[in-house]
Design a protein around this ligand. Structure first.
Ligand code: AMP
Length: 116
């Protein structure tokens, strides 16, 4: 069965799309946790980060280029942002179609406490 993100790519489900080409789509998260919360998703149905293979290196680099472009277009290129990929259960992944969260528009809190 197609993932929820594949259904968005195929136009079967609505989304607020900010970027789309033959390899990557980017759209607003339906439940944003920050003023800017975009999901950057490869068209290829790679379930998790643990399923990435060397042949996916190109699309992964493209996801980063798209993240930079979208961040700049949404006005957070200078203030900064955080890119997150959750992987499987312990990583907090809910949708098993690889995606990168682009978070910004305010300061993102620490995920891992820094040692003093
Ligand atoms: P993750 O926990 O990393 O798997 O994140 C999945 C994200 O997908 C969550 O932040 C959800 O809010 C988001 N999400 C789920 N369904 C949709 C949808 N139909 N449109 C946009 N975002 C969605």
């Amino acid at each position: 069965m197609a993932s929820v993100f594949t259904r968005i790519i195929q136009g079967e489900l609505p989304a607020r799309i900010v970027f789309q080409d033959e390899r990557v789509i980017a759209f607003h998260d339906i439940h944003p946790v920050m003023p800017v919360h975009i999901l950057i998703v490869p068209v290829k149905e790679i379930p998790t980060a643990d399923d990435i293979t060397p042949e996916d290196e190109g699309v992964l680099g493209h996801m980063l280029v798209v993240a930079q472009k979208v961040a700049r277009e949404l006005g957070i290129g200078d203030s900064g942002y955080r890119l997150i990929i959750n992987c499987k259960h312990d990583g907090g992944q809910e949708v098993y179609h690889l995606h990168m969260h682009l978070l910004g528009g305010q300061r993102v809190g620490p995920i891992i406490a820094k040692r003093s």
